[in-house]
Design a binder for this molecule. Structure first.
Ligand code: ATP
Length: 198
């Protein structure tokens, strides 16, 4: 569903760089420190990661290209994700959905949905419904596989339930059971009243 990623001034990507993801599996390869993880950071950033630490920095503006021996630092970082929405999986009535996040050195920042300024909440809402949030399992990073292998059978079950979307239904079942209990109590009370009246 993610069709393309465009980075400009984000971390080690000083120049505008466009990565296309055709259907199937895409592998990003390169030597250590060449910026592979920065690609994943970029995706997490656009999807609303608010913590600089989650992106391996300490300030939000740390994602802006900080310059190298031959290049001066960038004034802004901008990343755009392009999603194929022909199946209308995202609740936006467009064939393609572009989500952009931009931050300036001054600290000013904004989100854009199909090139129009929007709130972070709007972005979150669009993606939460389909399980693509920063905390979800759509992005499995270094260390997560180890954590999964070392977790107990019970923890592992919870992870699979979350990934399979079962947790959502479990919550709904709990809510329904609670509602049923309340209705049963109301019914009991009603039958007491009816008995008293008879
Ligand atoms: P590894 O295999 O070691 O995990 P990697 O290919 O995933 O490496 P990254 O961690 O994505 O590499 O990239 C790190 C590189 O990005 C470092 O060289 C670092 O200097 C550079 N980098 C990170 N933030 C910035 C920034 N704001 N400006 C310029 N370069 C940056």
């Amino acid at each position: 569903m993610l069709k393309a990623l465009e980075l400009n001034g984000f971390k080690s990507f000083a120049d505008r760089t466009r990565l296309e993801f055709p259907s199937g599996i895409t592998a990003v390869v390169g030597p250590n420190g060449s910026g592979k993880s920065n690609v994943v950071d970029a995706i997490k950033w656009v999807l609303g990661s608010q913590s600089a630490k989650a992106l391996r920095g300490s300030e939000m503006t740390d994602v802006i290209f900080s310059g190298s021996r031959s290049r001066k630092q960038a004034n802004a970082a901008e990343v755009t994700l392009t999603f194929d929405n022909s199946a209308r999986i995202l609740d936006v009535d467009e064939e393609e959905v572009h989500v952009t996040r931009r931050v300036l050195r001054s600290g000013e920042a904004e989100y854009l949905l199909n090139r129009e300024v929007c709130r972070l909440r709007d972005i979150r809402e669009i993606f939460a419904g389909i399980g693509v949030t920063t905390g979800a399992y759509s992005i499995i990073e270094q260390g997560k596989v180890d954590a999964l292998l070392q977790s107990s059978a019970k923890e592992r079950r919870l992870i699979f339930e979350e990934a399979a979307g079962v947790s959502r239904f479990k919550l709904k079942r709990q809510e329904a059971t609670r509602r049923l209990e309340r209705i049963e109590q109301n019914l009991l009370r009603l039958s007491d009243i009816v008995e008293e009246l008879e």
